[in-house]
Design a protein around this ligand. Structure first.
Ligand SMILES: *Cc1c(COP(=O)(O)O)cnc(C)c1O
Length: 457
């Protein structure tokens, strides 16, 4: 008999979680104004809100923390991280920041001006927020295949080179850089192929533009390249990562994802001039250039996490767990963005709650139903997150309306995935009876999904 596949780690410390009753959850979600971000973590049984900062660090990372150098300037932890970034990603300069959006804030303060257009592949919400906050436009040039959830494509995160070139021609001087998100989070944790990264690089060269990678899940992207792209099966993840980043001038990183730390981020770049310009904002917003919002111990854990996060065995365990959940949903016929992504399953909410109009926030409603069913917390990636148009203030309806079930790294077992799958099946089985969506009673002017308040429509 073939030895079955299993996790490439074992547990050394555990954290109890508690089931609740449906009555408790009914009260809690009402109190939370039907916003899953407003729940207390004790009110959640399996928390798939995000894979950001929710991973379990390794014994190696924890021991690295004990060696943190907390010097204000020139800490050894800074140099350790600098060397790791250089050897792994190939960037000579880097600035630590407290998380990914802080990296965006610093870099975009340097590069984005009012009236600019920043083309890319489905910008992440904070990325878009930081662009729009500066009265610039985030232009989505993702391939059309990404918007049909049932269409199987190995690299659904890809940029459409024709859309990108049209944008480069149309907006020429208004474009400060092209931003490529790896993996493409908003389109379903879908990877971008190396061939596509090279095509983007060539277009950028042709039009004299910089390329920035929004790199939160770069290692998962490399795993998909190894598994799916011709010519990469025998290359190591680290070699593929090098080849990916060779196509970028700069990167922003939320280390809370593929670097498996609870908090942290950075910007890295080739240009010394860009580094110097960004350093001004880093010092203003984050901290001195050798710590920028992170403790020395956290930089140590980050350096170790970058190394572990780019190991094949770890990635194989992780991505196969996501696929496991996807396969369970297949058994029940529940529609989700296919193929399954790197960090999450994105359930196609409009296909499940087909009786709820999008004006009543279909995916948000499905997220609430799943919570009521078994205390599972996902997150809406749909009309709520898409916000209003900054000019017309009309609600925006993105092509996809999904509930994301993001899987924290090294935290849950496949038993937990079974609970999630069955809970979703129960909602799926009673989908015809769910007819009431939600309506907003309070919303913030930007990134409203975090703090929105709702009631039953
Ligand atoms: C998480 C994320 C960010 C923002 O990072 P934070 O650490 O949450 O501030 C930016 N881009 C992508 C693709 C992300 O996944």
């Amino acid at each position: 008999m073939e030895i079955p596949f299993s996790e490439s780690y074992k547990a050394k410390m555990v954290e109890p979680i508690r089931r609740s009753t449906r009555e408790e959850r009914e009260a809690w979600i009402k109190e939370a104004k039907y916003n899953l971000f407003n729940l207390r973590s004790e009110q959640v049984f399996i928390d798939l809100l995000t894979d950001s900062g929710t991973g379990a660090m390794s014994d190696r990372q924890w021991s690295a923390m004990m060696l943190g150098d907390e010097s204000y300037a020139g800490a050894s932890s800074y140099f350790k991280l600098k060397e790791t970034i250089y050897s792994l990603l190939g960037f000579e300069h880097f600035l630590p920041t407290h998380q990914g959006r802080a990296a965006e804030n610093v870099l975009f303060s340097t590069l984005v001006k009012e009236g600019n257009v920043v083309p890319g592949n489905s910008h992440f919400d904070t990325t878009k927020g930081h662009i729009e906050f500066r009265k610039a436009t985030a232009l989505d040039c993702t391939i059309d295949e990404a918007f049909d959830t049932q269409h199987e494509h190995p690299f659904k995160g890809n940029v459409d080179p024709i859309k990108l070139e049209n944008a480069l021609k149309q907006y020429s001087d208004r474009i400060p850089f092209i931003i490529i998100t790896i993996t493409n989070n908003t389109a379903g944790g879908q990877p971008v192929s190396l061939q596509n990264l090279r095509e983007v690089r060539q277009l950028a060269n042709k039009y004299g533009k910089m390329v920035v990678f929004d790199s939160a899940r770069f290692a998962e992207n490399a795993y998909f390249i190894k598994m799916r792209e011709k010519g990469y099966a025998d290359k190591s993840i680290k070699a593929i990562v090098k080849e990916m980043f060779a196509n970028a001038d700069a990167m922003t990183m939320s280390a809370k994802k593929d670097a498996i730390v609870n908090m942290g981020g950075f910007i890295a770049m080739r240009s010394k001039e860009l580094f110097q310009q960004a350093s001004v904002y880093n010092i203003m917003f984050e901290g001195f250039v050798t710590y920028g919002g992170m403790s020395g111990r956290d930089m140590n854990a980050l350096a170790a996490g970058l190394d572990e996060g780019t190991e094949f065995d770890y990635l194989d365990t992780r991505i196969k767990q996501v696929a496991y959940l996807g396969n369970r949903l297949d058994e029940f016929g529940i529609p989700y963005q296919k193929p399954s992504g790197g960090h999450a399953i994105f359930v196609d909410a409009t296909k499940v709650l087909h009786r709820i109009p999008r004006e009543e926030f279909t995916a948000q409603t499905l997220g609430v139903e799943l919570y009521l069913e078994a205390g599972i917390r996902g997150v809406e990636i749909g009309a709520m997150m898409a916000d209003r148009d900054p000019i017309t203030r009309e609600n925006r309806y993105p092509k996809l309306e999904m509930v994301r079930l993001a899987i924290p790294r090294r935290v849950y077992s496949n038993n937990h995935m079974d609970v999630v799958a069955v809970a979703l099946k129960n909602v799926w089985d009673r989908r015809d009876t769910i007819t009431r969506g939600l309506k907003i009673t309070y919303e913030a002017p930007i990134m409203r999904h975090f703090t929105v308040e709702m009631e039953r429509a």
